[in-house]
Design a protein around this ligand. Structure first.
Ligand SMILES: [Zn+2]
Length: 105
């Protein structure tokens, strides 16, 4: 991942945490995908929410990925469970995160 994209991702997370707090701190974990199979995603370490970002993503893909996974983190805090459903709870949070990410800063 280009340094500039990584910096942009970190700044987006700082901004989002101010506007839409999460139950645990969000840590960025860039990964180098092997054979193109390792997906980006979200997980919970017990102390942090981990946002896994493939290093081969473009700037726009990184933004999409942050919105998608951050919506999961929000739902995990609200439901106090690590669900990967893309249901109504997730959809509402997705809309909130999407709106914040597209607000002029
Ligand atoms: Zn998902």
């Amino acid at each position: 991942m280009k340094e500039r994209v990584k910096k942009q991702a970190q700044e987006s997370l700082i901004y989002l945490r101010k506007r839409l707090p999460t139950a645990f701190p969000v840590r960025l974990a860039p990964i180098t995908p092997k054979k193109g199979h390792d997906p980006s995603g979200a997980k919970f370490s017990g102390r942090n929410y981990i946002l896994i970002l493939r290093e081969d993503l473009t700037e726009l893909e990184v933004q999409d990925c942050i919105i998608h996974e951050y919506a999961h983190f929000r739902v995990w805090g609200l439901l106090q469970a690590q669900t990967y459903e893309h249901d109504g709870h997730w959809g509402i949070e997705f809309a909130r995160v999407y709106t914040e990410m597209n607000e002029p800063r």
